[in-house]
Design a protein around this ligand. Structure first.
Ligand code: DQA
Length: 149
């Protein structure tokens, strides 16, 4: 059985493609989902791709990953900078976490420079656009292979 990576996307990412294209590009969330599907095939993973605008729903998904998934790739979007609850849920999941942002948050407004997630993440990817999702999945795959070896 392929290890499952839960790919979680936070608020407003459903608007990708039309939302601030100068910052986030022209790809839609469906394009990124398809990219993750292709990467999963290539790297021998199973990906579950989700997006929500409701923080409690995201928390429920993180809780449900514990003991079922092998890792969590998360773009918490604006909740990155506000949510202790998401950080605590990720810790409680006891799963390796990779934080991904499309844009380089450090080159943007100061309020985007702090992340509640980064300190508990195994790795942080930002500024690579949608390629960051692929890089994160490749890293998970490599890590799982090493662990299985
Ligand atoms: C984002 C960066 C966040 O600061 C912002 O609130 C987002 C998207 C990114 O992918 O670059 O919604 O997470």
């Amino acid at each position: 059985m392929r290890p499952i990576v839960l790919v979680l996307n936070g608020p407003n990412l459903n608007l990708l493609g039309t939302r601030e294209p100068a910052t986030y590009g022209h790809e839609t969330l469906a394009d990124i989902s398809a990219l993750c599907g292709r990467a999963a095939e290539e790297f021998g993973l199973a990906v579950e791709f989700r997006q929500t605008n409701h923080e409690g729903e995201l928390l429920d998904w993180i809780h449900g990953a514990r003991g079922r998934c092998a890792g969590i790739l998360i773009n918490p979007a604006a909740w990155t900078h506000t949510s202790v609850a998401i950080r605590d849920a990720l810790v409680a999941s006891e799963l390796p976490v990779i934080e991904v942002h499309l844009s380089n948050v450090h080159a943007r407004e100061p309020f985007r420079h702090h992340s509640f997630v980064s300190a508990i993440a195994q790795a942080v990817m930002c500024g690579f656009g949608s390629h960051g999702y692929r890089l994160a999945l490749e890293h998970f795959s490599q890590r799982f292979k090493e662990q299985g070896a």
